[in-house]
Design a protein around this ligand. Structure first.
Ligand SMILES: Cc1cc2nc3c(=O)[nH]c(=O)nc-3n(C[C@H](O)[C@H](O)[C@H](O)COP(=O)(O)O)c2cc1C
Ligand code: SF4
Ligand code: SF4
Ligand code: FES
Length: 646
């Protein structure tokens, strides 16, 4: 491939690519993201290739392997263009019917369409499925339509036009001003304004300067950065190169976890093809600007996502944080000015340069502009990655896009911001999502994890879970974090195990204060957040555990018991047959009972008891009634005639 020497040549190449593509030609986009790979999309792809070849449709139909479409829970997913028919959870054996009916004949395979759980209505077009309908996929949209291994797919969609515009039509200061005017705030943590950070580096003395992509993403349940890098690596590279130009850096780094092999593979390939096309490397687009990008594979420690730890790891040393007397945009990697931004932050940059700051700021709240990608997981009907305009109320994200809570259960809280984030209760569901709004509610945006919790989630246990995660991930360099979080975990564990004491809440508060004030990095400083936010909104749950030895959510194993209500039991035996520890005794016509000594509290019996009987109950904070004596356990069943007479 000859290098592209100017913006005009780039435009010519784009036109050339588009000329070879017939927009009316059918194209099947098949998600090949990590989640879909895990549920068999490779086999579906092979079946599609084979079926299309068998029918001699190769010239008429393109099969394109794309990145994550977002609706991972329903993978493997395909969308058939141009009419955007979307099929979910397809198997290789569905493929011949899909090709025959939809690709060949324009008909539908009804059973593979999305079905509205409330109305039973089938929805054929991707954009009309509620999960997609309320989203605004400005950053994530390319993921579902381009093949991440093809630079031509990215170019066809206007890729690298923002870089061309910046390099040949704008000064570095002009780019900086545009990013500042857009009020682009960092999507990976605290929401620091990117333009201000860039300006600091640009003005700082010292050469060379660096720009860095933070693709460490270690929050449990979050995978938007990984999906962006896997599915659309060029948009991140383009943003990074524009940032390099604005800051005065000629070297960029991508710090990505070793555990994300597809992201590593696709980003390596993207760098190589961008270099071959002259979009990275020397004299980019004939502008005189040189910019190279290297990939660093991290070994997967949560703390390495912290800015100073990440830079230390990039230098080849142990990834531990260091004090920030001087910010790393002034003195960062190898003590040089270094701009570190999150994957999604960089991916927003081409949008801002192409569309202008004014357009970008039309979306969002007063302090948070543009869109944000969330990883919507937990007790939610539609799990996946969603991109929404800043300012959308939590309620809309959870109920309109996420489809609400499964199994008719009640919403309890949503945890945002990753392990150091906080839980937002039901009465704040109308809160618009934005950096400041979430912080005011005692949580934070973090990198965009959103974990939905239902009535069966114990909030003390949630605090214990995240504190355990952070205790494990503490690098151990400073005492308030290393020892403080460990002590907090000890106290939280004993509360969930029914061994809480008077004064435990106050002790946790003191430990929180010490960690917040004394810890070296934000891991320790924000480590108490899960405790503090659950205490703020759910204090009565802490008190019930400590004072009444009761778990109101009936979740903490040490505080619950399973009991069969003798009035309701119909001796069907379902629970007895399924109990893995043979803790249930009973027989035909004999009311069943649970041997509390043998019961491991696995909960299988409650699931097994038919809902029309609903005889198994969970108890907490009250004694388990003694079992009914054997001679009173027989159920007198009425004969059919007696039943008819009564
Ligand atoms: C313990 C810890 C882990 C972090 N992990 C990440 C991460 O995985 N990805 C990320 O972008 N930022 C992470 N951050 C935030 C970074 O320190 C930094 O603020 C961010 O990368 C800056 O980019 P942004 O301004 O674009 O958000 C982490 C911070 C802490 C304290
Ligand atoms: S909770 Fe599990 S172990 Fe206990 S009785 Fe029910 S099925 Fe058996
Ligand atoms: S499943 Fe329910 S009704 Fe059937 S024996 Fe067990 S407790 Fe009784
Ligand atoms: S990986 Fe396929 S939809 Fe997310």
């Amino acid at each position: 491939m000859a290098r592209i020497g100017s913006p005009a040549e780039l435009e010519e190449l784009r036109k050339g690519i588009l000329a070879t593509r017939d927009p009316s030609k059918r194209c099947i986009t098949l998600c090949s993201g990590s989640a879909c790979l895990a549920c068999g999309c490779k086999e579906v792809a092979a079946a599609l290739d084979e079926e299309i070849a068998r029918r001699g449709l190769g010239g008429e139909v393109e099969v394109r392997r794309t990145g994550c479409h977002g609706f991972c829970e329903r993978g493997p997913i395909i969308v058939i263009h141009p009419d955007e028919t979307c099929y979910l959870q397809i198997k290789p054996e569905d493929v011949p019917e899909i090709v025959e009916k939809t690709v060949g004949g324009g008909g539908l395979v009804e059973r593979l369409l999305y079905e509205d759980p409330a109305t039973g209505e089938k929805i054929a077009h991707e954009a009309e499925i509620p999960f997609y309908r309320y989203q605004k996929r400005l950053v994530f949209g390319g993921n579902g339509s381009i093949d991440p291994k093809s630079i031509h797919d990215y170019l066809a969609q206007g890729g690298y036009s923002a870089l061309a515009k910046a390099l040949t039509g704008m000064t570095p200061e002009g780019v900086l001003e545009e990013v500042k005017a857009a009020n682009l705030r960092g999507r990976g943590g605290g929401g620091f304004p990117a333009g201000t950070k860039w300006e600091g580096s640009r003005k700082a003395p010292g050469e060379p300067k660096y720009v860095i992509v933070n693709a460490d993403e270690g929050d449990p349940g979050a995978y938007m950065d990984r999906s962006l890098l896997e599915g659309n690596p060029h948009c991140v590279l383009e943003g990074l190169a524009i940032g390099g130009y604005a800051v005065g850096a000629q070297e960029g780094y991508i710090y990505v976890r070793q555990e994300y092999p597809l992201a590593v593979e696709n980003v390596h390939l993207a760098i190589r093809t961008a270099e071959e096309h002259g979009l990275l490397g020397k004299n980019i687009l004939g502008s005189g600007f040189d910019f190279t990008v290297k990939v660093h594979q991290g070994a997967g420690a949560f703390v390495c996502g912290e800015s100073t730890a990440l830079m230390t790891a990039l230098e080849g040393r142990v990834g531990e944080p260091r004090p920030k007397y001087i910010r790393s945009n002034i003195k960062g990697l190898w003590d040089r000015p270094s701009v570190l931004n999150n994957v999604e932050t960089w991916a927003n940059v081409p949008l801002i340069i192409n569309g202008g700051a004014e357009k970008f700021t039309q979306l969002g709240t007063a302090g948070s502009k543009g869109t944000k990608i969330f990883s919507l997981v937990g007790k939610i009907t539609n799990t996946g990655l969603v991109e929404v305009p800043m300012g959308m109320p939590l309620r809309d994200i959870i109920f309109k896009i996420g489809g609400g809570i499964p199994g008719g259960k009640k919403f309890k809280a949503v945890q945002t911001g990753g392990p150091s984030g906080g839980c937002i209760p039901e009465h704040l569901l109308d809160l618009p999502v934005g950096f400041d709004e979430l912080a005011e509610a005692g949580s934070m945006m973090g990198s965009g994890g959103m974990i939905v919790m239902d009535e069966e989630t114990c909030m003390v246990d949630v605090a214990r879970y995240f504190t355990a995660f952070l205790t494990d991930e503490s690098c151990g360099k400073c005492v308030p974090c290393r020892e403080g979080l460990k002590q907090m975990l000890k106290v939280l564990t004993r509360i969930t195990e029914g061994r809480g004491r008077d004064g435990d809440i106050e002790l946790l508060q003191t430990l929180s204060e010490t960690a917040t004030e004394g810890a070296l990095c934000a891991l320790g400083k924000t480590g108490p957040n899960p405790f503090l936010s659950t205490l703020h909104y759910f204090r009565q749950e802490y008190e019930a555990h400590i004072r009444e030895r009761r778990c109101p959510a009936l979740a903490c194993k040490e505080l619950i018991a399973f009991y069969i209500d003798p009035e309701k039991c119909q001796a069907c035996g379902s629970c007895r047959r399924k109990c893995p520890s043979e803790a249930i005794t009973g027989a035909k016509n004999l009311i069943h009972i649970v041997d509390q000594e043998k019961c491991t509290k696995c909960g299988t019996c409650i699931e097994a008891c038919p809902p029309r009987f609903a005889a198994v109950r969970k108890l907490s904070g009250e004694p388990v009634p003694p079992p009914v004596p054997e001679d009173q356990r027989t159920i007198e069943r009425k004969s059919k005639r007696e039943k008819e007479q009564s």
